[in-house]
Design a protein around this ligand. Structure first.
Ligand SMILES: Cc1cc2nc3c(=O)[nH]c(=O)nc-3n(C[C@H](O)[C@H](O)[C@H](O)COP(=O)(O)OP(=O)(O)OC[C@H]3O[C@@H](n4cnc5c(N)ncnc54)[C@H](O)[C@@H]3O)c2cc1C
Ligand code: FES
Length: 275
């Protein structure tokens, strides 16, 4: 059993939870994830490692309470215990050897982007970031990201913070002005990552995306998380979750993501909540 040390609501239905999990923090690297099981009969919930403190063994996760299992997780408080915290899982994101990078996060995707921002900055890269959300409240971790970036821009759909518009507008402005990035990293909704890739393809800038297909075991055994990358089948849990965005088959991924919508709506009704 793993003790919850802190839990805070950081925006809307987005929560930060810190857990005592030294077995994870000892080896955790930016880009990796864990699988959480809330109780003995619980589902497996994959969540990206937002922060891992090696000395104290404190693992922080940031998640959106979107359905049955994440709402159950959000209902827990400091002092409560989790049945299982499995990890670190997946491949670490590439961090070394970059000169100038542009990091793009959308909504709760800023949570998995943050550890990569921090690691790239600490590895000596010049780090620029564009954070986007529907409104000001949903642009999470602004202070944390500011600490590890040379330049940070905020865009919101409704103009309530930063520039009104989409992350792709800000991206296009950078690339049009001739700025030379050797890597763009985009993490957010699938349609956002697909749109970012559409822009960077035109300017021929290498772009990594972090994929979150339905995962079950998280260890490469069940095939649930399969995605096509460059025409080859990959398992996001062991070959990713980060991939070359120019090669990802986004349409396949988007259609697979909605596969269990009926079942998800049913389990949500068990909690008497709207899906
Ligand atoms: C590698 C990885 C890292 C992730 N990191 C984060 C994170 O840091 N923060 C965060 O808020 N979310 C993250 N997610 C998504 C998170 O796992 C899902 O939101 C969660 O599993 C939803 O479960 P639910 O029962 O609450 O909702 P459900 O009602 O079951 O599902 C809601 C939606 O969540 C997605 N989903 C459901 N089950 C899974 C599953 N087993 N694997 C992947 N997606 C699922 C589907 O798109 C579904 O439509 C990550 C997913 C993956 C694969
Ligand atoms: S989650 Fe089962 S193979 Fe990846």
């Amino acid at each position: 059993m793993y003790t919850i040390i802190r839990k805070d609501r950081i925006a809307g239905d987005v929560y930060s939870m810190t857990i005592e999990a030294p077995h994870v923090t000892t080896n955790a690297k930016a880009g990796q994830f864990v699988i959480i099981i809330v109780d003995e009969s619980g589902e497996r919930i994959p969540l990206t490692i937002a922060n891992a403190e090696q000395e104290s063994g404190e693992l922080t996760l940031i998640f959106q309470a979107i359905g049955y299992s994440t709402k159950k997780l959000a209902a827990l408080e400091a002092g409560d215990k989790l049945f299982a915290v499995l990890g670190p899982l997946g491949e670490a994101a590439p961090i070394e050897g970059f000169r100038k990078v542009l990091m793009i996060g959308g909504g709760v995707g800023i949570a998995p982007l943050y550890p990569q921002i921090k690691a790239l900055y600490q590895a000596g890269a010049e780090v620029h970031a564009i954070l986007g959300g529907r409104s000001a409240e949903l642009v999470i971790l602004r202070d944390e990201c500011t600490q590890y970036t040379h330049e940070l821009e905020v865009v919101t759909d409704d103009g309530s913070l930063g520039t009104k518009g989409l992350v792709t507008d800000a991206l296009e402005a950078h690339l049009k002005s001739g700025e030379d990035f050797d890597l763009v990293v985009a993490i957010g909704p699938l349609r956002m990552m697909q749109a970012v890739v559409g822009v960077t393809k035109r300017y021929d800038v290498k772009t990594n995306v972090s994929l979150n297909p339905i995962m079950i075991d998280g260890t490469g055994m069940c095939g649930g998380c399969r995605v096509h990358v460059g025409g080859k089948m990959k398992f996001a849990c062991v070959d990713g979750p980060d991939f070359d965005g120019h090669l990802v088959d986004f349409e396949e991924l988007i259609s697979r993501q909605g596969m269990y919508r009926t079942e998800e709506a049913h389990t949500c009704r068990l909690l008497e909540v709207k899906p």
